[in-house]
Design a binder for this molecule. Structure first.
Ligand code: NDP
Length: 274
């Protein structure tokens, strides 16, 4: 049976084995997928050893940058992301790295929630790895505005500079939360880890345009502080990151197996198990 795995540390909480085995059943693909905790100093050896027989790896915290360095070939979106969550071998046996997190989020917004990003005004909160990973797929949708703000404003400015060459007609800006006064956005994406600590970034009222949408990359059994804020601001769509998780997995599955699974039933199944 073809072998797949997710490498991370810790990785016991990972939903990837459940998601990929459900995809495999659904599509009739014969494969095994397991979660493997890897020690940091062994990461590159373990990857090399895995690919002596294995077909594909997902990479999660804290190894996404290590995988980026290890890959001999990077897709354009992985190059910009500075991180890799999907590894596979090409026909020449070369280790290839992709990043499916951003396309996962964009697919969730567009296909699962019918949110149109083209010509919209988008605000992203945070400037860590997850935000960097979504920049290129978001810009490919040609929004009118992409503003990135972060607690450490210099990091948001850095990401805006990185994104600028891919922006086409999108106005890209990076800065601090203080600079948001008087601005409005159609879509606000929370890419901070503030929700993990039960916190909310400092957002002014009137930030969300009428009919606007709030998206939190984090997910959990109950509404995050950011989504509660969105509710208080009259958001028409409140979406958490569970769909992003399943969609990024579907993209990896499709890279490995050449078959795109149906994500809707898997999203429902994973949500029921939260
Ligand atoms: P990082 O640690 O790389 O970045 C964390 C970011 O959050 C930084 O910008 C940091 O600001 C900011 N931050 C942390 N605490 C606060 C706070 N209290 N108030 C304001 N800003 C804060 O994390 P990642 O980028 O890897 O992950 C971010 C989130 O995205 C996590 O919640 C993670 O679970 C989620 N995620 C979801 C995925 C999915 O598939 N659904 C995939 C990947 C990530 P500063 O720079 O100032 O420290």
């Amino acid at each position: 049976m073809d072998q797949y795995a997710v490498f991370g540390n810790p990785v016991g909480h990972s939903k990837s084995p459940l998601i990929h085995s459900t995809f495999a059943k659904q599509t009739g693909e014969s494969l095994a997928y397991q979660a493997v905790a890897v020690e940091p100093e062994q990461f590159s050896d373990r990857v090399e050893h895995f690919f002596q027989q294995g077909k594909g790896l997902n990479i999660t915290v804290p190894f996404k940058q290590n995988a980026w360095q290890l890959a001999k070939f990077l897709t354009p979106r992985a190059k910009v992301a500075g991180a890799v969550n999907t590894l596979y071998l090409d026909a020449q046996g070369q280790l290839c790295g992709d990043n499916t997190d951003g396309i996962g989020m964009v697919s969730d917004l567009i296909n699962n929630h019918q949110i149109c990003l083209k010509d919209s005004r988008i605000l992203i909160l945070g400037a860590g790895g997850a935000v960097r990973g979504v920049l290129l797929p978001v810009l490919e949708q040609q929004p009118a505005v992409l503003t990135i703000v972060n607690r450490t404003a210099a990091k948001a400015v850095e990401l805006a500079v990185l994104a600028e060459p891919y922006a086409a007609d999108t106005r890209v800006k990076g800065g601090s939360y203080d600079e948001l006064q008087g601005e409005t956005f159609d879509l606000i994406i929370n890419g901070t880890s503030a929700s993990l600590q039960g916190e909310l970034p400092p957002l002014p009222d009137q930030l969300l345009a009428s009919g606007g949408c709030c998206y939190d990359m984090m997910y959990g059994p109950s509404e995050t502080p950011f989504l509660l804020w969105g509710r208080s601001q009259g958001a028409t769509h409140l979406i958490d990151g569970l769909g992003m998780l399943v969609e990024q997995a579907a993209e990896s599955f499709s890279i490995w197996r050449g078959v795109k699974p149906n994500t809707q039933e898997v999203i429902e199944q994973v949500r029921a198990a939260l």
